[in-house]
Ligand binder design. Sequence first.
Ligand code: SF4
Ligand code: SF4
Length: 342
Amino acid sequence: MRKCNVSALPALFSAIASQMTLYLPTANKNGGASFTEWTDGIDYCDALRTEKSPKELFFPQSEDLAAFKVSGKSIEIKDIRRDTEDFAVFGVRACDAKAMDILDRVFLTEPRDSYYANRREHGVIITLACSRPDENCFCTAFGIDPTTPGGDISAWKTEDAVYFEAQTEKGTALLDSLTALTEDCDAAAVDAQKITVQKILKKLPLSDLNTDAFGGGKTKDLFDDPAWETLSESCLGCGTCTFVCPTCQCYDIRDINTTDGGVVRYRCWDSCMYSQFTRMAHGNNRNTQKERFRQRFMHKLVYFPENTDGVFSCVGCGRCLAKCPISMNIVKVMKTVGGESK
Ligand code: SF4
Ligand code: SF4
């Protein structure tokens, strides 16, 4: 394990940024935090959770895929992909790091999504253990330990120092390049922080949330539950919950005409909460907000684990609890459809 003083963090960021683009959480104009490219003078923001997750650094909200030019009966297809350069992301929480494993199961399964795969290969994730989990956190319900956050390098921040431990080859290479700014140390301070945070976690209001009622094979038990009607009644279909979610991965693909007579094909995030989502030539399979709402939660809690070795597609990051304009969220669904009321 290696460490540097908190006062040396800007120098450390500068050393990383001299090798590759560095992204980290910074304060935004909404009073929250967003992942931003680090440049000299930018301050790291120690917020518990960023408004949007680091997902967009690997799976951008909008990206061009290809371009075409049609002349008569011939079509010229242009590969407009650019080679991704190496980049690092500092300050990724354990829940968001786990969300990357979930996205990998979607995008890196054959046929691999080469756009996402390219960014995964070039990105180095430096996680940061949580020292102040709050009332919206429930990552432990999904087996995540926020004090041991994973990634390519795991980091822990105390009052006066930041501790680093490499977890992968990529992480080792980056940490080895920072030896002039870090020093060898033992894990005593990290171990002490883990004990303190584990005590906090046990006292959080959602610490006893459990997933027993959910998982693969539960479709028959849950699909026709009358509670979907009341739970979805006030849902605005705004899609906020899907856009802030680190595991949501649905997208739409569209073409736009360019001024030179060509076409650019791009993709952008989509939401299963939208009325036009998965609309096909014959119409839509889910015509009511109840059906769309149920799909979102059944997918995360039943269909995804059924198809991916029992892995749930929620990491308990708490963003949908904080951001839904009508205060609806996955915890209320779990407690109503499958939990405390049964
Ligand atoms: S954020 Fe809330 S209101 Fe908006 S789509 Fe999601 S559950 Fe519905
Ligand atoms: S469903 Fe909500 S709590 Fe779960 S990962 Fe998505 S935003 Fe986070």
